[in-house]
Design a protein around this ligand. Structure first.
Ligand code: ZN
Length: 412
C-alpha cells in the first residue's frame, strides 16, 4: 500500500521532461509549477495523484512541493569555528595577514587534530540535522583540513562515519590539495598524495578529488596533475578556482575533464562561452562571496550562455559558516539577478549532476522520494530572506521532519 499521499499542493516543481541528467541554465524557465498531488510508495514517487489508501495523508494546500535540496559543496566534517577571523575580515584585515598569524585553513587543521572523532561527528551531525530542517536531503563532504596523509585519511574516515549516522545521502570528496602542508612545497605534496592514493581511497571511498588553485595554495600545473590522478583512479575532478584572483584555471579544468569548477568570481569573460558549452558545472557559492565581500561572479552571463549552473553553501568554518540553502537561494536571486526557478534548478537537478547522484533531486515517477513541502509558493523563497520555508521533509519515502507549526497538515 502507498505510504504517503500529498494532496492539494498549490505548486509541484517538475522538470520539462523525465530522465534529464542536468538542465542547462538558459532552460530553467521550462520547469513547471502547476498545482498537483503526489503519492509516495516505499522509497519512490509512485504517482502524481493523491491516494486515499495511504497511511500518511498530508494536506499541502497553499504549499509548494519541490525536490529535496542538494548541497554539492561543503567542507564537512570540521571542528570548531573561526568567528574572530570574520570580525578581523570585516575590520579590513587581509586573509594573507590572518593566515600569517596562524589563522585560516591551518587553524581549522589544528582544531580538527585536537578534537576526538566523537567531537567532530557530534558537531557535524548537529549541522546535518540543521541542514535537514532547511531542506538539504543530499550533501557533499570534503576532506582538506588534515594537511598530512594520515590526517586526510582520518578526515575521509570521519566523512564515511557521518554518512552512516545522518538521514541524508552523503558523498565524499578528497580535497587533497587545500593548503600546502609544512615541510612541503606544492609539487612535493602532489607527489606525496599520488603515492598515498591507495591508503587514502581505502580510508573513506571518496568519489571525487578536489584542489584549491590560488596564489596561497596550488597552481594550474597542480590542477593538471590532479586531473591525471583522478582519471587514473576513476574519480571525478572538482576544482576551487578564480576565487580571489585570476589564474586562467577554467580552460585547464575543462581540458582535465573536471566535473565542476567552483567559486569563479575572478573568471575572465572569455572563459564563459567554453565553460557554458561543456558538461563541466559552474558551482557558485554566494554565501562565501557575500561574507567575503568578493567580486560578483559572472552568474547571469553563465546562465544566459547555457552553462550547467549549481549553487551550494560552501559550508566551512572560515569563509562560509552558512548551511541554509534557502538563504543561499535568496542571495543568489538578488546578487545574480536569477529567477527563483534558476536558483531552484541550481540547488536540485544540476547540483545532483555535480555529485553524480542522478535521481535524488527531481520529481518523477519511479525516482527516489526526496522532497520538501514549503509553507508557501516558490517565489516567497528568495523574497522572505532568512525565513525557513521548509514545512515538511521526506527522505527516501519517509517523513523525517515536520516543523512544529505545520504538524496539523499531517494525518496518520
Ligand atoms: Zn570550498
Amino acid at each position: 500500500m502507498a505510504g504517503i499521499s500529498i494532496a492539494r499542493a498549490a505548486q509541484v516543481l517538475r522538470p520539462p521532461e523525465d530522465g534529464l541528467r542536468y538542465l542547462r541554465q538558459d532552460r530553467a524557465g521550462e520547469l513547471t509549477t502547476a498545482p498537483g498531488e503526489l503519492t509516495v510508495d516505499g522509497a519512490a514517487i509512485a504517482a502524481f495523484e493523491a491516494s486515499r489508501d495511504a497511511p500518511i495523508q498530508i494536506d499541502a494546500s497553499g504549499c509548494a512541493v519541490i525536490p529535496g535540496l542538494v548541497d554539492c559543496h561543503t567542507h564537512l566534517p570540521f571542528a570548531g569555528w573561526r568567528a574572530h577571523e570574520y570580525a578581523q575580515k570585516v575590520a579590513g584585515v587581509a586573509y594573507q595577514e590572518i593566515a600569517r598569524q596562524g589563522g585560516g585553513i591551518r587553524s581549522s587543521a589544528r582544531s580538527l587534530a585536537a578534537a576526538t572523532d566523537e567531537d567532530v561527528l557530534a558537531q557535524a551531525g548537529a549541522a546535518a540535522a540543521e541542514m535537514l530542517a532547511h531542506g538539504t536531503t543530499t550533501f557533499e563532504c570534503k576532506s582538506g583540513y588534515g594537511l598530512s596523509v594520515a590526517a586526510e585519511a582520518r578526515s575521509l574516515r570521519l566523512a564515511a562515519a557521518l554518512a552512516a549516522r545522518v538521514t541524508q545521502t552523503v558523498t565524499s570528496t578528497a580535497l587533497l590539495a587545500h593548503a600546502v602542508p609544512d615541510g612541503y612545497d606544492a609539487d612535493s605534496w602532489m607527489t606525496a598524495i599520488a603515492e598515498a592514493m591507495p591508503q587514502l581511497l581505502a580510508a573513506g571511498r571518496p568519489t571525487a578529488l578536489d584542489i584549491y588553485v590560488e596564489n596561497v595554495a596550488f597552481s594550474n600545473d597542480n590542477l593538471r596533475q590532479m586531473g591525471i590522478l583522478a582519471r587514473r583512479h576513476g574519480l571525478a575532478l572538482r576544482a576551487h578556482v578564480e576565487q580571489f584572483s585570476t589564474h586562467g584555471s577554467v580552460p585547464v579544468a575543462l581540458e582535465a575533464g573536471a566535473r565542476s569548477v567552483d567559486h569563479l568570481a575572478c573568471m575572465p569573460p572569455d572563459d564563459v562561452a567554453p565553460l557554458a558549452a561543456s558538461e563541466t558545472a559552474a558551482v557558485l557559492l554566494p554565501g562565501a562571496a557575500f561574507l567575503g565581500d568578493e567580486r560578483l561572479e559572472p552568474a547571469r552571463e553563465l546562465a544566459d550562455a547555457g552553462a550547467i549552473c549549481a549553487l551550494a553553501s560552501d559550508f566551512n568554518p572560515g569563509t562560509s559558516p552558512v548551511n541554509s540553502l534557502p538563504l543561499i537561494i535568496g542571495l543568489a536571486v538578488r546578487r545574480y539577478r536569477w529567477s527563483v526557478l534558476e536558483a531552484l534548478l541550481a540547488c536540485t537537478l544540476n547540483a545532483a549532476w555535480v555529485l553524480d547522484r542522478p535521481g535524488v533531486a527531481s520529481l518523477e515517477v519511479g525516482l527516489r522520494a526526496d522532497l520538501l513541502i514549503l509553507d508557501g509558493p516558490v517565489d516567497q523563497l528568495p523574497y522572505r530572506l532568512g525565513h525557513n520555508p521548509v514545512a515538511l521533509v521526506i527522505v527516501g519515502g519517509e517523513l523525517v521532519h515536520v516543523r512544529p507549526d505545520q504538524a496539523w497538515r499531517v494525518d496518520r
